[in-house]
Structure formats: structure tokens, C-alpha cells
Design a protein around this ligand. Structure first.
Ligand code: C5P
Length: 217
């Protein structure tokens, strides 16, 4: 009584996109705004958790009361996430770029004289969620996200097993979830699936923070 439910707990959250450089002025990225991940970090802090938020480039302010590590690339996000361990729980809400240019040029790439497009070889990025789910210092509760446009729950179930995490928050991005203020999610665990109504991202965040508090209690 009187103490917040996540007091004394440390929770790691990733949020936002990653930027994968092609040269000093160009990068590969995606449309993630970071709104959902940042809201989750704030909601966990509001329940008393010490929160480390590893954020890719976003246009959002740092949530108050949260330690923020700003990164650009997936590899930097992985390093900052590992450096934040140990943690009691981790929520991987970032939209990490699946691939990066194989080589980032140190000087701006010039247009070839023949107007041809330069070749761009891509290599896969590390999977931060999968890596931390199998880490020697694995947090007790590991939560991943799955943005899907169809077969949302089936894809989330297979992702649970593939990534080695405990829960998947599956969000239906067939509408305007990416960048929008609301989200429709399904919480997929070994125990089953909970369908949540369409809710403001802050409300999704506070419900998820409540569930994290229950799981760690
Ligand atoms: O495989 P997919 O990208 O759909 O999985 C999404 C989940 O995995 C999200 O929780 C996301 O943060 C995480 N992820 C990651 N590192 C990657 C790719 C995805 O942590 N390279």
C-alpha cells in the first residue's frame, strides 16, 4: 500500500525507427513515429519503474522521468539495449530496419555520368528482440511487437516461438496505426489471445504497463 507496483524494477523499452546510412546524407528507414514505444516507457515510469528507453530518431520529446539512449542504427540499438541489462522486463516496440546498406560510403555518392542508378546491396540487421530473448542476461519478461496487415494473430503466434519472447503485442497496421494516435492490438501469450478494442496509444500503453506489473508481482 502506498508504493507503486513497479517500484524497484528496471524495464528496457525500444522505440522508433532505425536509420541505416547509405552515405553521409542518405539513409534507409521506415515510417515508425515512436509514439507507441514512448507512451509505453512513460506508462511504465508512471507505475514506478526505472525505465531505459533506447530510441531511434523520432520527433518526440524524451518522456520525463525516463533515461533515454538515442541511437540511429539497428546495431547501435542492439548495443545500447545490451548495455542496459540487467532488466526485469523488456518491451521491444521499435520498428527496426530489417536490412542495411552493405556499405555506408564515407563521402556523398555521386550520380554516375551515364545516369544509371548505383547498385545498392543490402545485408540483414541483427534481430534485437531475438538476441535479447536468448541472452545470458535475458529479462524475465520479454515482449515483442508484430505489425501485421493480415492474419494478425496467426503471424504473432509463430513470431512468439521464432523470437523466443513471452508475449507479442500484435497490431493491425492495415489502417493508420503507423504514425496515428490510436492502435488496435491483440495480446498474444502462451495462455491465449486477448483482443483489445481500438484505443489511444496512451491507453494501450497503460494497459500493457498494468499487465507487466501483474506479471512481475
Ligand atoms: O520480425 P518482425 O520485425 O516482424 O518482429 C517485430 C518485433 O521484433 C518487434 O518487437 C521489433 O521491435 C523486433 N525486432 C527487433 N530487431 C529487428 C527486427 C525486429 O528487435 N531487427
Amino acid at each position: 500500500p502506498g508504493t507503486l507496483p513497479l517500484a524497484g524494477r528496471h524495464v528496457l523499452v525500444t522505440s522508433g525507427p532505425t536509420h541505416e546510412p547509405l552515405d553521409p546524407v542518405r539513409y534507409l528507414a521506415n515510417r515508425s513515429s515512436g509514439k507507441q514505444g514512448h507512451a509505453i516507457a512513460a506508462a511504465l515510469a508512471a507505475l514506478g519503474a526505472r525505465v531505459t528507453l533506447v530510441s531511434g530518431p523520432v520527433a518526440l520529446p524524451d518522456p520525463p522521468g525516463v533515461t533515454v539512449r538515442h541511437v540511429e542504427t539497428a546495431r547501435e540499438m542492439l548495443a545500447a539495449s545490451e548495455a542496459a541489462l540487467p532488466a526485469d522486463a523488456a518491451v521491444f516496440a521499435a520498428a527496426v530496419a530489417d536490412w542495411r546498406p552493405a556499405e555506408a560510403a564515407t563521402q556523398k555518392m555521386k550520380k554516375p555520368a551515364d545516369e544509371a542508378a548505383p547498385p545498392m546491396a543490402l545485408v540483414p540487421n541483427p534481430d534485437i528482440l531475438a538476441t535479447l530473448s536468448r541472452h545470458a542476461m535475458r529479462p524475465r519478461l520479454v515482449i515483442g511487437f508484430a505489425a501485421e496487415t493480415e492474419h494478425v494473430v496467426e503471424h504473432a503466434r509463430s513470431k512468439l516461438a521464432r523470437k523466443g519472447c513471452d508475449w507479442i503485442v500484435a497490431n493491425d497496421v492495415s489502417g493508420d496505426a503507423m504514425g496515428g494516435a490510436e492502435n488496435t492490438v491483440h495480446l498474444v501469450t502462451d495462455a491465449g489471445v486477448e483482443d483489445w478494442p481500438r484505443l489511444p496509444k496512451q491507453e494501450v500503453a497503460s494497459r500493457l504497463a498494468d499487465r507487466v506489473a501483474e506479471a512481475l508481482a
